[in-house]
Every structure is written in C-alpha cells, then in structure tokens.
Design a protein around this ligand. Structure first.
Ligand SMILES: *Cc1c(COP(=O)(O)O)cnc(C)c1O
Length: 236
C-alpha cells in the first residue's frame, strides 16, 4: 500500500476508536477532538493526513512547528503546540497565523511572556495549562497546589485565553494507574472550576496518546493527542 492509503486507513481506525470510546462513556463523538501529533513524520506524510481529513495537528518542538508551517503553507491546518516552549521562542511561535492552541503552558513565566508578546502582536491565543498528575519528577507542569494561582493569572490576561488543562500520564504506568491519573486531572478540573468560577475557562481536558486515548476519553478527555498510531505501517 502507498503512504497515502496507509495514513488514511490509520486515521479512519483511530477516528472509529475515538467515537466508540465517546459513545461508551455516554458522550457524543464530536465532543472529542483528535489532534494528530506529527512530530515523527515529514511534511510529505503530513500532507496525506490533512488530505484524508485531519486538520488539527500537534508538534512538540517549536522549530519543527515553524518549519512545517512554512512547508505546508497551502493547507488549512490548525496547529497545536504540545511540547515545551522556551521563553525566547514565544514571539516567533505566536507569529504563526494558523497556531490555534499552546497546550503545554507549564510555568508562570511562560504565561507572562505569552501575554506580553501576544499583546505586542495584537493577537489572541488559546492555551491549556499543563498539569503534573504523576509523581514523575521529570514531567513538566503545574502541581495541584500551583494551579489556582496560575489559573487566576490566566483569567486576568487579555490576549491569552485559558481553555482548559492538559496532562501526560506516567510513562511506566499500567492501565489502572493511567486511569487513576486521568481521573485525578478530571477531579482537579471539576474542583477548580467550581472554586474559581472558571467553568468556561476549564472546559477542555487534553489527555491521552496512542496507547491510552480510549482510557482518557472514558475519563472525560475532550482532546486526545495521537501520534504513532496514525503512522503505523510506515517505515519512519
Ligand atoms: C509525542 C506526543 C504525543 C503523541 O504520542 P504517541 O504516543 O505517539 O501517540 C502526545 N502528546 C505529547 C505532548 C507528545 O509529545
């Protein structure tokens, strides 16, 4: 099979699994957005994915995002940044017109810089705050105790628009522990939304990757970030 056919078939299979997990958890399939994480593949392969109907794409490295944005300038892509963003790369990243969400805002300093630079560019930008639900000390993100202040600061921003929370499960976690971690994020969201009157700003929950997106949907994910499952069968 050629690359276009493999990618289209993988996409269809992932979309079906997303829909089934949504229905299983009593939700409508269009309440869950699939973001295809394209960090493993070149722009040629991404092109096939967009042609097959997937427009929300995620990259984890700012430079790769800039490069692919330029190479794919003719396509109706909605870019999400899902990885660590260094403060000195904020301005260049915000210049991408098709950037729709920075899912990985993991520190207050980054929030401040985003607000300042977005203001200078007179653009708004949607963000998610990355939360650290696992005990894994190598993971980025806010601890539970740090979230109220970060949310409060985001609520006061003019150009940065808080939309929700994002997390990654621990790498070594089995299915049970993964479910516990995703359930924890859901609970944090519910508590914080009520405490801070932030129902609207905390609507989105981005959690779940190739190996655990069905569990994440069952735990309330509204966004799943799927990479390798979409590129299975290609020699990468
Ligand atoms: C790479 C990556 C993903 C996708 O991972 P897969 O296991 O390949 O689906 C999701 N989220 C983030 C933040 C990533 O870096």
């Amino acid at each position: 099979m050629n690359v276009a056919a493999v990618v289209a078939e993988n996409l269809q299979s992932v979309q079906e699994r997303v829909a089934e997990a949504a229905v299983r958890s009593g939700r409508s399939p269009d309440e869950v957005r699939l973001v295809a994480v394209t960090k493993y593949v070149s722009s040629d392969v991404i092109r096939h994915l967009v042609t097959a109907g997937c427009k929300d794409l995620g990259e984890s490295r700012p430079q790769a995002l800039w490069q692919k944005d330029a190479e794919l300038a003719d396509l109706p892509i909605r870019w999400h940044l899902v990885g660590h963003l260094q403060t000195n790369k904020v301005r260049r990243t915000l210049k991408l017109e098709r950037l729709v969400c920075i899912q990985s805002v993991d520190r207050v300093e980054l929030l401040e810089r985003l607000e300042a630079e977005a203001g200078k560019l007179e653009r708004s930008v949607d963000i998610l705050l990355e939360a650290r639900v696992s005990s894994d000390p190598t993971k980025h993100g806010f601890a539970r105790s740090e979230l109220p202040a970060a949310i409060g600061m985001a609520q006061r921003c003019q150009f940065v628009r808080l939309r929700g929370l994002m997390t990654m499960a621990s790498l070594e976690a089995d299915a049970d522990q993964t479910r516990q971690e995703f359930t924890a994020l859901r609970q944090w969201r519910d508590e914080l939304a009520e405490e801070l009157g932030a129902e609207e700003e905390l609507r989105e929950l981005s959690m779940g990757m190739s190996r655990d997106f069905e569990i994440a949907i069952e735990c309330g994910a509204t966004i799943v970030r799927v990479g390798s499952a979409l590129f299975r069968g290609l020699s990468l």
